[in-house]
Write a protein that binds this ligand. Structure first.
Ligand code: SF4
Length: 69
């Protein structure tokens, strides 16, 4: 298992995460992205979903996505 953490306060709403990993990232009405299925902007994910979220992490221009393994 791995964990994804979204420092949502710092999100600038660029949509990059939602474009590279739409299974887990979507844009919300307030203009920021949301981690699908999160609790307090954190989500446990299985190994098979690490790569997608690491792409999101790498795509974020303000480094507010963190994947911990
Ligand atoms: S890539 Fe980063 S700044 Fe852009 S929408 Fe996603 S979390 Fe927000």
């Amino acid at each position: 298992m791995a964990k994804v953490i979204h420092d949502r306060d710092g999100c600038i709403g660029c949509s990059a995460c939602a474009m590279v990993c739409p299974k887990f990232w979507e844009m919300s009405d307030d203009g920021k992205s949301t981690l699908v299925g999160h609790t307090n902007n954190q989500l446990e994910i299985s190994e098979e979903d690490v790569a997608c979220n690491k792409e999101a992490e790498a795509s974020c221009p303000v480094n507010v996505i963190h994947v911990e393994e």
